[in-house]
Design a protein around this ligand. Structure first.
Ligand code: DP6
Length: 358
């Protein structure tokens, strides 16, 4: 090997928002969930992580320079990710520069990582999903691992459960799997990003404060104490997954909205059923739900679906641009700028959308 070269790979991965939620692990170490979940991956322009991984014989140490992405989280998980990808690595050759890295060289080489999010981490929006998925993907490309994205998702899953779903665009299902070693607990694409591209996603940032109970801790307490979770995981979610896949494949917005809202509400009910109860939503979140419910009922057919993760911020999925524009008008009216309840909205799509209100 020549001594002065550097090989670099840069990857970009958006975050994803669950419409049928993952909440509860049956195996904490392997991160195996108690139920299947389905999510939508945001478009790559918004809320995404960019990660560059580089390798050179001149690097003496492993290094992380993580712009907005948590350095600590990365350092904890990197040894595992890198071991898994190294085990699948193939030879890498750059004939032009006279570089050849054989499979066994990966043991000796040190990797440098730089990663940043294109949104403020402090905004309280999911970032670990995109971050871990991106790191796994970038390492796999760097080491020329031939695994497909589903196989890589099983590695990303072990950084943070929801990360496994960010390896695909469009709608994605995380299959809980059956086997004990977790090898069948992986993500598969339900439909690609073009299938239902008139949906518009708006994130209303209700609070940018860090959540008081992390997902990992919250899930653990729910699994230990909530009877409702057991009913949800065994009786409710399996049926909902089938109905949700149907709704997505048929682009049936009424069913999609009904299932999305019901599943978000049940997830928060399960949090309340935890001992001690976990409160992720606040009064503003509740007011957003009422506003959407009233509007959907007044027009007869749902225009917008809402879903809330482990925090008070609302993810609003509008049927089309017109519905999104009308929603933004309503949000501005009910939560006016410079008031106590002012929202900081992220419109995931083109901002000229307001002119479509009609
Ligand atoms: C409410 O994936 O952050 O967003 O596996 O413990 O890292 P860990 O949890 P994480 O939990 C996400 C929970 C959720 C629902 C979801 O994304 O499905």
């Amino acid at each position: 090997m020549a001594e002065s070269w550097v090989i670099m790979v840069t990857a970009q991965t958006p975050t994803n928002i669950a419409v049928i939620k993952y909440w509860g692990k049956r195996d904490e170490k392997l991160i195996l969930p108690v139920n299947d979940s389905i999510s939508v991956t945001l478009d790559p322009v918004h809320l995404c992580t960019t990660t560059t991984v580089a390798v050179s014989p001149s690097f003496a140490l492993f290094r992380i320079g993580c712009g907005l992405m948590g350095r600590y989280q990365f350092s904890c998980v990197f040894p595992f990710f890198s071991r898994e990808i190294r085990a699948r690595a193939c030879d890498v050759e750059d004939k032009e520069r006279g570089i050849k890295i054989s499979k066994k060289d990966w043991e000796k080489l040190h990797v440098h990582i730089a990663s940043y999010n294109n949104f403020p981490t402090a905004a309280g929006l999911a970032s670990s999903a995109a971050g871990f998925a991106c790191l796994v993907f970038a390492l796999a490309k760097l080491m020329n691992a031939k695994e497909d994205n589903s196989e890589l998702s099983a590695i990303a899953r072990q950084g943070s459960g929801s990360a496994c779903r960010s390896l695909f665009g469009g709608f994605v299902k995380w299959k809980m799997g059956k086997v004990e070693d977790g090898s069948d607990s992986l993500a598969v694409q339900v439909v690609d990003e073009k299938h239902w591209d008139d949906l518009v996603i708006i994130i209303a940032v209700v609070s940018s404060r860090q959540k008081e109970t992390s997902s990992t801790t919250g899930m653990r307490e729910t699994v230990e104490t909530s009877l409702l979770l057991q009913h949800r995981a065994k009786e409710i979610v399996p049926k909902r997954i089938i109905q949700m896949e149907e709704a997505i494949k048929n682009r049936d917005f009424a069913s999609f909205a009904h299932l999305t809202c019901a599943d978000s509400n049940q997830f928060h009910a399960v949090c309340l059923d935890t001992c001690p109860p976990i409160f992720y939503m606040n009064d503003t979140s509740h007011r957003i739900i009422s506003c959407v419910e009233k509007w959907n009922r007044s027009v007869g057919t749902p225009q917008v679906a809402y879903t809330f993760d482990a925090g008070p911020n609302a993810v609003l999925i509008a049927h089309n641009r017109k519905a999104a524009a009308q929603l933004l008008q309503k949000l501005l009216f009910y939560f006016p700028p410079n008031s106590d309840t002012e929202l900081n909205s992220y419109v995931l799509g083109d901002k000229s959308i307001l002119k479509d209100a009609g």
